[in-house]
Design a protein around this ligand. Structure first.
Ligand code: ZN
Length: 106
């Protein structure tokens, strides 16, 4: 197993875990702070961690981590799909409902 990601918020590591599972990567979360002696161990040791099986695609892992941790694009505003009128978050370049590209994206 290889540790590929760690974060103080278990919710974030679980988001990464879920994304990896969607990609077919065998992964687990370890090291959650729950039930451990906070204050007796260095803070970094209380971070929850995502571990993947040996041989997992590092490209998939990096993609999953990037998706979960990506900062929203600055000054991105919601846009309305010209095809189905779905309101789509500005960080998305295509409509999640029908796949139409954002009007201002080449
Ligand atoms: Zn649409």
């Amino acid at each position: 197993m290889t540790r590929v990601f760690s974060h103080p918020d278990p919710a974030i590591t679980h988001l990464v875990l879920n994304r990896l599972e969607q990609l077919g990567v065998d992964a687990v979360v370890q090291g959650q702070a729950n039930g451990r002696g906070m204050g007796e161990i260095p803070p970094i040791a209380a971070w929850s961690e995502v571990w993947v099986a040996d041989g997992a695609s590092l490209a998939d892992v990096e993609a999953a981590v990037a998706e979960v941790t990506a900062e929203p694009v600055p000054d991105s505003e919601n846009w309305t799909c010209p095809t189905c009128d779905e309101v789509v978050g500005g960080q998305f370049s295509a409509c999640w409902a029908c796949g139409t590209s954002a009007p201002d994206v080449a």
